[in-house]
Design a protein around this ligand. Structure first.
Ligand code: CTP
Length: 442
């Protein structure tokens, strides 16, 4: 295993002082998969005070000492060195109520979540793999260490971590582990919402539609609004899929960008409360876009998502049924409202929505190509979409005698004329129009 010099130095220093020291967890798993680990955790038989003594010549981070972790500041960043430990009594399903330092590596590995994360390696003693993690990796299996129910009771976030590892490394979940994940998914209610949000943010960019369908019951435990969508028949000739399967396809079809993935996941949540059927039995969802935007706002607020992400996702959902057209004036209006990024996101969402109905009816449409062509033409023209892009500014308008609120009013009027292509975005033309308008204001 190739390890950075600083990491090797920490392992050597502990071994030379007479302690055992191993790389452990994710870095061993990643190295066995041929991936470059993004961080290296060390576990050791040394007690925290002993680790401090070994690295007394270095800058140390000691705020994790109570749980056995000493951070050693090296040229390659902070290396976390944790004393072998067991833990227990997870009153809040998050932090262990107690940790107990132990002398044995196996006991330390035993308290970890999955076999693939419960391996250790040292240059001196090689791979330590008491639970068959290497074999599970080779066979593509995700398996809890020991009793799965106990592992998920200790920290129910492990259920979502399991989804992430299964998706990321394309693993099949071993049956007992899977049963416990589903059975105990409700324990996630006790987790801090931001932990759930962070884990979902790590999952969403990785998923395929099949992944989302496979893990639907767990995702629905994390975001209950998704629950009623699973298996929901839309009673529509335009939809071959149930509502959740359609949603899963939309998520996978938008670019792997978080805001879009969240918007896609929640875009049809309004369909459930807005569902009606006509006399022919056909399903309708009048008003589902604004209702979905409201629900998405509630979900993302509850999960403590950043305001910018929440607001953009809500806007995209509110507008996902208002189709962008290859019409310059309409596109200018949309660009003025949403900006370039917003319009491109909306277009991606609308396109993903369209191609994810499972009927194939829109496959031949060149609608989105035409919208993109019109947008690229507007981009080349460096067109004006906001007051700040106008060829006149507030000072120019004051020079015409306009004051106070009239200045803003005039700017918005000018922008509207430019967006509709009634006026070119040129100083003389705009000033001429503003002068006439100012005269009408007396
Ligand atoms: N671990 C655990 N239960 C958790 C979190 C972590 O058992 N709820 C253990 C696992 O052995 C894991 C190690 O602590 O490998 C380090 O955790 P973390 O850094 O969160 O994850 P990694 O496995 O390193 O994977 P990644 O960083 O890719 O998420």
């Amino acid at each position: 295993m190739l390890i950075p010099r600083e990491i090797g130095g920490c392992l050597d220093a502990l071994e030379q002082a007479g302690y055992e020291a191993y790389l452990v967890g994710g870095c061993v798993r990643d190295a066995l998969l041929g991936l470059t680990p993004h961080d290296f955790d060390i576990c050791t038989s040394a007690l925290p005070e002993q680790t401090q003594a070994v690295f007394s010549g270095c800058r140390l981070v000691e705020n994790g000492k109570k749980h056995g972790t000493i951070g050693v500041v090296t040229g390659a960043g902070v290396v976390e060195i944790t004393t072998y430990r067991t833990e227990g009594g997870y009153g809040d399903c998050r932090h262990p109520d107690w940790v107990e330092f132990v002398g044995d590596l196996r006991e330390d590995l035993e308290r970890r979540d999955f076999t693939i994360n419960a391996m250790a390696w040292s240059p001196a003693r090689g791979l330590q793999d008491p639970f068959g993690g290497r074999e599970d990796l080779k066979n593509g299996v995700l398996r809890a260490v020991g009793d799965p129910s106990r592992r998920f009771r200790e920290d129910s976030l492990r259920i979502l971590r399991g989804v992430r590892f299964a998706v990321r490394f394309r693993l099949t979940v071993e049956e007992e582990t899977w049963q416990a994940m589903v059975r105990q998914a409700g324990l996630m209610d006790a987790l801090a919402r931001e932990r759930v949000y962070e884990e979902l943010c790590r999952i969403l960019p990785l998923v395929t539609a099949e992944d989302l369908c496979r893990f639907a019951p767990i995702l629905a435990a994390a975001v209950p609004e998704l629950g009623p969508m699973i298996g929901f028949d839309q009673h529509s000739p335009h939809h071959a899929y149930d509502l959740f399967t359609h949603t899963a396809h939309v998520v996978a079809a938008v670019p792997e960008e978080l805001t879009l993935r969240w918007a896609a996941l929640l875009h049809d949540t309004g369909k459930i409360p807005c569902f009606t059927r006509d006399e022919n039995g056909r399903g309708h969802f009048y008003g589902h876009a604004p209702r979905g935007a409201q629900i998405a706002g509630e979900v993302l607020t509850r999960l403590r998502a950043p305001t910018a992400l929440r607001e953009r996702a809500v806007t995209l959902i509110a507008q996902h049924m208002t189709r962008l057209e290859p019409d310059r004036k309409l596109l200018r209006r949309a660009l003025s409202r949403l900006g370039w990024e917003g319009v491109e996101q909306l277009l991606s969402l609308q396109e993903a929505d369209m191609i994810s109905k499972g009927t194939g009816e829109h496959d031949a449409s060149d609608h989105f190509t035409r919208v993109r062509e019109a947008l690229s033409q507007l981009r080349q023209e460096e067109a004006c979409f906001a007051v700040r892009d106008l060829a006149v500014n507030g000072r120019d308008l004051m020079a015409l005698g306009l004051q106070g609120a009239d200045i803003g009013l005039c700017q918005r009027l000018l922008l509207s004329q430019v967006l509709d292509e009634n006026l070119p975005n040129e100083k003389d033309a705009l000033l001429g129009y503003a002068r006439t308008w100012a005269a009408t204001r007396g």
